[in-house]
Design a protein around this ligand. Structure first.
Ligand code: GLY
Ligand code: MN
Ligand code: MN
Length: 491
């Protein structure tokens, strides 16, 4: 990459006046800017204001969400930051991903943004978005600051953002100071913007802030039509990413799990924003490590590949899909036996997803199937009721059978137990159903041939008015169908 900033000129001493670089390296590596060059850079630029911008497709939904938030906290100032760039090393940053609450309530995704809901006289709120404006050309920021538009790309102007987002917009660089001066109760979504937290420190109460995050988590439990469309897009791209992987399994065999990670990532970056979480590309015994993301192991014929991956859309909705595939296209008898048990458990779990069912039902249904198979195979002493009561199957099933899915892969994580885990399914909820069986390589309680086998099957299931819809149904699940699908793709 090109080292930042600045074009060379004259002496290393910064000139007096208004035109000093916004950021100069302490070591004086970059020469100062002459008044003549500064003047030259200030003028001669075309007006590029975008005047025909339409509101974002989700603008009506973000307004409805802000209205719901306003009703819940009348008379209180609510502050929801996007978050800031984070340093990866020296002067390079991680790719920015806006905070979920901010993107959910605004549709915007730029760093440093802050949504403020100001209490209004009528008991509601006026929503104001504080965002970075276009880079200043007068003071040279646009070319002298490492985050200036000349370095990192054009931003929307405040008036462009007002049209896109349907919100009044102001320059965010004054926001922290202004907010710190205002009286009255304030709640802040924490964890995204340390500077803002510091500026408001004396005014905040952790418990009240937590209530704000909990409410926003619960608001996201039921998805609207826009969100369901985005989740389907995420899943559709993910399906194509899985197909990409199957087509290059021979290259992965010649290299490593990284080839699989890279192949899926290409699809995620070309069709979406990113992957929604670190792809788990777990071949052979790595499949028994639940979150294997090192992805640096070998891929061998005769073993299984557990691929757990999801594309995140440009609007930040992610899929979360797992398939466990025989690397050479054919399950061995034992692999098939274990795979079919997990498939049967998943079928039972999916069948339990419907409006009015308890959230826990699909987990219980899947666990019952797995416990029964483990007893049948002689790995744990029955009867099944005893195994379930004591949770003995969990040595091999390890994790819950699913979770809510949305802008976060483990969505709505702060929702209260009574609204989520002890709650009731409603149309518009979207969740994963992902049973698994994992026999660790060093598990002496199972026959040797089981050791190192891990199977998970994960689909994204939408609760509908009369049952459910499997958003990821385009990816085969039954063992025979997986084999014929792989044979087709591998040609
Ligand atoms: N990919 C993480 C999970 O399935 O929950
Ligand atoms: Mn999952
Ligand atoms: Mn997953």
């Amino acid at each position: 990459m090109t080292e930042q900033p600045v074009p060379a000129q004259q002496s290393e001493t910064a000139p007096a006046g208004d035109h000093q670089p916004i950021k100069q390296r302490k070591n004086g590596l970059y020469p100062a800017v002459s008044d003549e060059l500064a003047a030259h850079m200030r003028s001669g630029w075309a007006d590029t204001e975008l005047r025909g911008l339409e509101p974002l497709p989700q603008a009506a939904e973000t307004a409805r969400r802000r209205a719901a938030l306003s009703r819940r906290f009348p008379g209180e100032r609510l502050v929801v930051p996007a978050g800031n760039l984070r340093t990866r090393s020296n002067d390079t940053e991680y790719p920015f991903r806006a905070g979920t609450e901010y993107a959910y309530l605004t549709g915007d995704q730029t760093e440093d943004g802050v949504l403020v809901l100001e209490p209004a006289a009528d008991g509601g709120h006026e929503a104001v978005l504080h965002v970075l404006p276009r880079s200043d050309r007068e003071n040279g920021e646009f070319w002298l600051d490492g985050q200036g538009e000349l370095w990192v790309g054009r931003r929307y102007s405040l008036s462009e953002n007002e049209r896109r987002l349907g919100l009044p917009c102001r320059d965010v660089r004054k926001a922290a100071g202004e907010l710190a001066e205002l009286d009255g109760p304030v709640r802040l979504v924490r964890g995204h913007d340390a500077g803002l937290e510091e500026a408001l420190a004396g005014r905040l109460d952790p418990a009240r802030d937590e209530e704000l995050r909990v409410f926003l988590s619960e608001l996201r439990l039921v998805k609207d039509a826009f969100e369901i469309g985005e989740l389907q897009k995420a899943v559709d791209s993910t399906v194509r990413g899985f197909e990409d992987v199957v087509k290059v399994l021979d290259r992965a065999e010649a290299t490593s799990e990284r080839y699989i990670e890279g192949t899926f990532f290409l699809r995620a970056r070309v069709e979406g924003n990113d992957v929604g979480y670190g792809s788990i590309c777990a071949a052979g015994p790595h499949a028994t490590t639940l979150h294997w993301v090192r992805n640096d192991g070998p891929v061998r014929s005769g073993e299984l590949l557990l691929l757990d991956a999801g594309v995140e859309t440009h609007t930040l909705y992610t899929a979360d899909v797992t398939r466990t595939l025989p690397v050479n296209g054919r399950f061995t008898d034992l692999q098939r036996k274990i795979y079919d048990a997990v498939y049967e458990a998943q079928e039972a779990g999916i069948a339990a997803v419907r409006p009015g069912a308890k959230y826990r039902d699909f987990h219980d249904a899947a666990q019952r199937v797995l416990a029964a198979r483990l007893v049948e195979w002689g790995l744990v002493e029955g009867p099944v009721e005893r195994v379930l009561e004591l949770g003995l199957q969990r040595r091999w099933t390890l994790h819950g059978t699913g979770h809510m899915l949305g802008m976060d892969v483990h969505d709505c994580a702060l929702a209260r137990t009574e609204t989520y885990v002890d709650g009731t399914l409603e149309p518009g909820m979207c969740l994963t159903v992902e049973p698994g069986l994992y026999f660790q390589a060093d598990d002496l309680t199972v026959p040797e041939e089981y050791r190192g086998i891990g199977v998970r099957i994960e689909d994204d299931i939408l609760v509908t008015e009369d049952g459910n819809r499997n958003l990821s149904a385009a990816l085969p699940r039954a063992s025979a169908e997986v084999e014929s699908w792989m044979a087709r793709l591998k040609g």
